[in-house]
Design a protein around this ligand. Structure first.
Ligand SMILES: [Zn+2]
Length: 54
């Protein structure tokens, strides 16, 4: 399941939400801290913690 990164525009909290694609399309994400709806999705990094072979 992809992890979506969000940033709250009100309290500047960064948080991530794990949603399926269909959930992501219909779910209104709100900030877990201030419950604000003004959240901005940042680049979804998925699991880019794997080291890249070059
Ligand atoms: Zn917030």
């Amino acid at each position: 399941m992809p992890t979506y990164e969000y940033e709250c525009l009100d309290c500047k909290k960064n948080f991530s939400v794990i949603l399926s694609i269909s959930e992501h399309e219909k779910t209104k994400v709100s900030c877990p801290k201030c419950k604000g709806k003004k959240v901005k999705q940042s680049i979804s990094t998925f699991t880019t913690k794997t080291s890249r072979k070059s």
